[in-house]
Ligand binder design. Structure first.
Ligand code: SF4
Length: 623
């Protein structure tokens, strides 16, 4: 079952809503004990490129009595069509109404998809507020990186999975099973799930605020609720999904994706992922090679992507890539290596791969000056960037994309000027390639002080400050062959409020949605005016959440979420940042005692090993 033709014929790309794709799983509805609809709350083309959803889809559907189906956010033309026709939102596999499912699970990977969550619930004729849903409504759950500060969405979500779902899925599904079989009430199943490590049930906690208005505390109001919720860490990576659903329409990442490692310990102090996915876990080489074979056989892709936060750090990545390239020489398989660090050797490696797709190479220096690179702990010697760029141009790359951030803590005007100087040095290389002078694409984004990072206390700069800095870079880059793009800072200002907010921000999310906010991550739909109106009407001061420096002892709305990384480590790193002191990557050397040395298996083993080696471990150990 799916939507009637008179709906599908009038919307763009109806294949976003019809399902039936290769490798999609349609199970017998009546045979299933637990029925779960899973969603990445954005457009089909984005959601189908998300790495978490195929893992969840396989893990759930691999259980005989569990059925999992997908649903994504309908584009506004489709939302209007089904609203006008009073047809509720349907799942892709069986075309069932979402309100018929037992559970609706959202993967929250980007704050600017929050209003889409409310839209999906509303278009499914399900009350958006958790408190307004009774036993006749599905349980609404969420996970993903944004769940590490669950408070802004706490009024809409019944329970959050904090950390890696692989660790909790079995216990969670068994709770859902007993809920269905024993006809428990929603309250009873929430109390049961609250006892599972890594599960956060916001309704079992009370929130207090200081008289001045800032956040004070979150405390359990039920004995089943634990004061802190520990991030769940998979001891080892699950085997890659090698038979993902293959879309009929082009999606953002139209290729086979193999997760080769999870976690990164390079320690860039602005990077949330570098904290919430620690420690590093590797997919064994043989498992990667087998997965490449299987995904090509199962999906027919002519491109595979070796995915990780820092692909170049995978041990002997050159050999792995060469083995794959040799294995698939005849098929001319394209191997993409996203998130490559700036390294001329890696460029030579990528350069040796199939040549016909050398469109662009992307690097993220983030800061232009050495001083600021030490503050953010992402140090890339200028000569290495220039060498890497030269290696790329020599190997036929026509376009180099460089990412920088504006508004980083302690940033000075000189630091900003250094961005233009560095880009101009790379641009100058172009003269050695007169035939077709390489193009430099410079992309500026706005720093967001994210929760659980060493910069979680820092203030975000306001629009005026950022515009001034943008102007400095723009003035320094007026040259042929350099194109500058600047992500509209309002996106990042909103993202800062939604990622650093407390539970009160939920009211503004709801009001903004009522006022028409949806697809906030898309410039054609984003309206900052709607959000300013919503903030005004709900008494939320965005500057209070985004542009305010927080004292190191101020209670944080996400303080009850324990990522395993100690507050001491984060404060130490914050201090190092202010002093411009680097912290080496523990992957190649001593443990920096980030807090996981007490809890995470790989780290405990690492520390024990070094102990065995008779060398005393200290956080500040310099290599
Ligand atoms: S505990 Fe030590 S080894 Fe493990 S991630 Fe943290 S700093 Fe690295």
């Amino acid at each position: 079952m799916t939507y009637p033709d008179n709906i599908l014929f009038k919307v763009a790309k109806p294949a976003r809503y019809t399902g039936g794709e290769w490798n999609s799983i349609v199970k017998d509805w009546c045979e299933a004990d637990v029925r779960i609809a899973i969603s990445y709350p954005d457009l089909y083309e984005i959601g189908m490129s998300n790495m978490a959803l195929p893992i969840l889809y396989r893990m759930l559907n691999s259980q005989p009595d569990v059925l999992a189906e997908r649903v994504f956010a309908p584009w506004p033309d489709m939302a209007e069509a089904i609203r006008d026709a009073e047809i509720p939102l349907l799942s892709l596999e069986s075309g069932r109404q979402l309100k018929d499912f037992d559970v609706i699970g959202f993967s929250l990977g980007y704050e600017l998809t929050f209003t889409n969550v409310l839209n999906i619930l509303h278009l499914s004729q399900i009350p958006v507020f958790s408190a307004e849903r009774d036993d006749s409504h599905p349980l609404v759950i969420a996970g993903g990186s944004c769940a590490l500060n669950p408070e802004p969405m706490a009024d809409f979500i019944d329970l959050f999975v904090i950390g890696e779902v692989e660790e909790v899925i079995t216990q969670l599904v068994s709770c859902f099973r007993s809920w269905r079989r024993n006809k428990l009430s929603k309250r009873e199943v929430l109390l049961q799930t609250a006892a599972i490590p890594g599960i956060y049930v916001p309704s079992l906690y009370g929130v207090e605020y200081q008289t001045g208005g800032s956040f004070k505390s979150i405390t359990p109001i039920s004995p089943q609720a634990s004061p802190t919720i520990k991030r769940q860490i998979a001891a080892q990576l699950p085997l890659p999904v090698t038979d993902p659903v293959v879309p009929y329409i082009e999606v953002v990442h139209d290729r086979g994706a193999i997760e080769i490692s999870r976690g990164c310990t390079r320690g860039c102090r602005f990077c949330n992922a570098g904290i919430i996915y620690r420690p590093v876990r590797l997919q064994p080489r043989e498992a990667v090679l087998t997965a490449v074979d299987d995904i090509i056989a199962s999906c027919g892709y002519d491109e595979v992507s070796l995915v990780s936060l820092s692909t170049g750090d995978y041990p002997d990545i050159e050999k792995l890539v060469n083995d794959i390239a040799v294995r698939y020489k005849k098929q001319n398989l394209n191997i993409s290596l996203p998130s490559l660090r700036i390294d001329s050797e890696l460029v030579k490696l990528v350069g040796s791969l199939s040549s016909h797709r050398k469109m662009g190479l992307t690097f993220a220096p983030e800061a232009g000056s050495r001083r600021l690179q030490q503050v953010i702990n992402k140090c890339i010697p200028e000569e290495e960037l220039v060498k890497t760029a030269a290696a790329a141009f020599e190997r036929g790359w026509k376009t180099l994309k460089l990412y920088f951030m504006l508004g980083l803590p302690t940033e000075t005007e000189e630091d900003v000027e250094s961005i233009a100087q560095l880009v101009n040095k790379v641009h100058a290389l172009g003269k050695n390639f007169p035939v077709r002078r390489p193009q430099i694409r410079v992309s500026l984004s706005t720093f967001i002080p994210k929760p659980h990072t060493p910069f979680q206390w820092a203030a975000q700069e306001d629009e005026q400050q950022l515009s001034t800095k943008h102007e400095i870079v723009r003035a320094g880059l007026r040259r042929k062959g350099i194109r500058l793009s600047w992500q509209e800072p309002k996106f990042s200002l909103l993202e800062a409020v939604l990622s650093r907010g407390d539970r009160r921000v939920g009211q503004a999310i709801h009001r903004a949605w009522q006022l028409g906010a949806c697809f906030d991550g898309w410039s054609e739909h984003f309206s900052y005016e709607i959000w300013l109106k919503a903030f005004g009407e709900t008494g939320i001061d965005p500057a209070f959440y985004a542009n305010r420096q927080r004292p190191l002892d101020e209670p944080l709305p996400w303080g009850h979420i324990d990522t395993g990384i100690s507050m001491d480590f984060l404060k130490r790193e914050y201090q190092h940042a202010i002093e411009g002191k680097e912290t080496p990557d523990c992957r190649n050397g001593a443990c920096n005692a980030c807090g996981l040395e007490k809890t995470a298996k790989p780290c405990i083993e690492k520390v024990a090993e070094r102990k065995v080696g008779g060398k005393k471990i200290s956080g500040g150990d310099r290599r």
